[in-house]
Design a protein around this ligand. Structure first.
Ligand SMILES: [Zn+2]
Length: 382
């Protein structure tokens, strides 16, 4: 390489870092899955201040431009029936306390217009999701009340089958989506709630697409072609999701991204399914807190790097098209993170890598939020 060429490419690299910073300065970044609320209810973390032990807090969300995260109200599946409903209300209450204490930093968003308005005033627009379907206790009335409480998306199940849909990490029981599951999808369509197909079995995914009249999302799944875990999407599923108008949001968990980390993820999922405490009320909540801290209290080393996340985004774009890929980091719900992408503050580095790969600014903005905002608008209305 000549000196002049070396100087030119160094200038180009600088240029991409500067362009990434500029994009993130006014970005409406949408992340369709973060588990940060678990740190609030299990560890008493105050999100209004910097939390070095978490992947996400309000100051870092704002600085990174990822201003519209989907906060997951996640109750593990050992919360059953009314217990799952109680836990969900407790988490909704914790979000409300955050809204009430810090209206200058965060507000509930129930439409795409809300997201744009709240982001326009320099605050975090919180979209609420429920993970997963067991939390409605097999009752559409509960689903409707969650909608009235501002919930705008629901993952149909979690690591195990529930009474009406099969999980990707359990032995099939319903052969996909059962009759009541079809009713749930139709009711979510009618209410204006995004159906989230992360965690469902492949058959349940295709069954859901047959029923839904609106775009669906895989809120935190990556590409199975690159990391072969059942939680990721096959190329055929990515194409089907694109035809539906939906979005696959890339999960940053190391096992989702890198084949060398996938075995650890498989073991983790196996161990999770084995946990079945016979507890209720506060004792169950205490069990959950200890369980969460045991699993997510420290990060485990990984082979995955930021380049793996870029490779998954690139693969999903090639297979499904630029309008059908988003970000679903799973921050605070993963226990090993890629080098270079350790928390939300590193998002500009991801953008820089995409720019270096030749992605134009408009396409980067679609991936970082535009596509998910479009689905939110199509499902919840303006
Ligand atoms: Zn999940």
């Amino acid at each position: 390489m000549t000196l002049a060429l070396a100087a030119a490419s160094a200038a180009g690299a600088e240029d991409e870092a500067a362009r990434a910073r500029r994009i993130h300065a006014d970005l409406i970044g949408v992340d369709s899955h973060i588990d940060t609320l678990q740190r609030v209810i299990n560890q008493g973390v105050d999100l209004s201040r910097r939390q070095p032990g978490s992947h996400v807090d309000l100051p870092r969300l704002k600085e990174s431009g990822m201003v519209a995260p989907f906060f997951a109200l996640w109750a593990p599946m050992y919360y059953q029936g009314g217990e799952a409903v109680r836990r969900t209300l407790q988490m909704r209450d914790a979000m409300q306390s955050l809204f009430d204490a810090h209206p200058d930093q965060i507000e509930l968003a129930t439409t795409a217009a809300d997201v744009r308005r709240i982001a326009g005033t320099g605050r975090i627009a919180a979209v609420l999701t429920v993970e997963g379907g067991h939390q409605i206790a097999d009752d559409l009335a509960i689903l409707r009340m969650y909608h009235r409480l501002g919930v705008r998306s629901m993952t149909l199940t979690h690591f195990r089958n529930n009474n009406w849909v099969d999980s990707s990490t359990d032995r099939p029981r319903h052969g996909g989506l059962a009759d009541f599951g079809r009713q749930v999808v139709r009711e979510m369509n009618r209410l204006g709630m995004i159906v989230d197909v992360s965690h469902v079995s492949d058959q349940a995914f295709y069954d859901t697409l047959k029923v839904t009249t609106r775009p669906v999302i895989a809120s935190h799944s990556s590409c199975r072609a690159l990391s072969d875990v059942p939680r990721n999407m096959t190329d055929d599923m990515i194409r089907a999701l694109a035809r539906n108008g939906g979005v696959i949001s890339i999960n940053f968990g190391a096992g989702f991204l890198n084949a060398r980390d996938a075995e650890a993820l498989r073991q983790r999922i196996g161990a999770m399914a084995a946990t079945e405490p016979a507890l209720t009320g506060r004792a169950l909540d205490e069990f959950n807190a200890a369980d969460y801290i045991r699993e997510f209290g420290q990060m485990f080393p990984a082979s995955a790097t930021l380049e793996d996340a870029v490779a998954h985004i690139d693969h999903a774009v090639k297979v499904g098209g630029i309008d059908h890929v988003g970000i679903g980091s799973d921050w605070d719900g993963i226990n090993s993170v890629p080098a270079g992408l350790e928390d939300v503050s590193k998002m500009p580095a991801l953008t820089e890598a995409l720019l270096r790969r030749g992605y134009i600014e408009g396409d980067v903005r679609k991936i970082l939020g535009g596509n998910l905002l479009r689905v939110l608008e199509e499902v919840t209305g303006r």
